[in-house]
Design a protein around this ligand. Sequence first.
Ligand code: SF4
Length: 363
Amino acid sequence: MIGLYIHIPFCEKICHYCDFVKQVPKNEDMVDLYIEHLVNEIKSYQALYLHVDTIYIGGGTPSMLTTKQLKRLFEVLKTYQPIEYTIEVNPESYSHEKGELFKLYGINRISLGVQTFHDHHLKRLNRLHTKDMIFDVVHDLKSLGFYNISVDLIYALEHQTMEELKEDVQHLLALDLPHISLYSLILEEKTYFHHQYLRGKFEPLNEDLEAQMYEYIMNTLKQQGYDHYEISNYAKKGYESKHNSLYWTFQPFIGVGAGAHGFLPPYRTYNERALSKYMKHPLKEKVLQDEVTMRNDHLLFLLRMSEGIDLSMVKSMYHDDLFLLYPSLLKYLELGLLEIDHQHLKLTQKGKLLGNIVFMVFV
Ligand code: SF4
């Protein structure tokens, strides 16, 4: 399996929590010019990779491209016949015409940036859409025959109540979609919220309440038939993200576009983040991964998944016992953050709450 990630680094407005590679474009010409460079970069890889299994167009906000720009991009990708072809959509920049175009070019999965169904929280996050727009977009996508829709939701918002979180989850369930990605609000450095926090104008949610929210989400989605297959991702059977699973199972992927990363073993590739630099020469560096780094990344990603780490795989692949390689894992077993189930090391429910502490073992 090999994937292709394509980054569209443009947004109509910048969300207060966002630390992705993005900017508000000065004008349409700037986006046109970027698309031309992107197309050239894609073509340079197409000469080397005749086949990809998954394509993921992410951002930024890919759905803010005009239909003409989308067509330009989709045309060059036509040589590929991926089994999963995803595009990220934000409700405010979606249109029926764009939905038809997605269908026409074989896109078979939509990742919808919902974040919350509460308009006052959306406003505080600096998002451009409203709750009503979310329902309209999902309705329209379904009318076009899209069922494989994933929704991104953020919890632990500033001043969010448990009641509001429950309402978000209930709205989500009412939409009857097969995939949900859930993240807690993180105060990333250099974001607007982080600046506000440093000036005492942003109040992070109480940690106990955040933990209660996470538990509520886990339990509710499980009861509703969703498999918690990765620490932040839930899916109905057969709707797990194939593209993201490539990352988590340490398989190769090409990354194109400003700021995109790729993994072409034994190298990781890093593209230039600044548009001006990217347009001169996209690839910033290609870093040879040493054995220990590769092993650490591999095991960390596996532990994020519900299947966990197969202990016999570690022995056969890395010629040693997992607990000899990483003795501090034993401490987390004793503390009940980890468990061994059918010869697989997994995070417990408590461990999923405190996953970042455990993951430090591999950093
Ligand atoms: S739309 Fe997405 S990429 Fe753009 S600023 Fe908001 S969170 Fe960041």
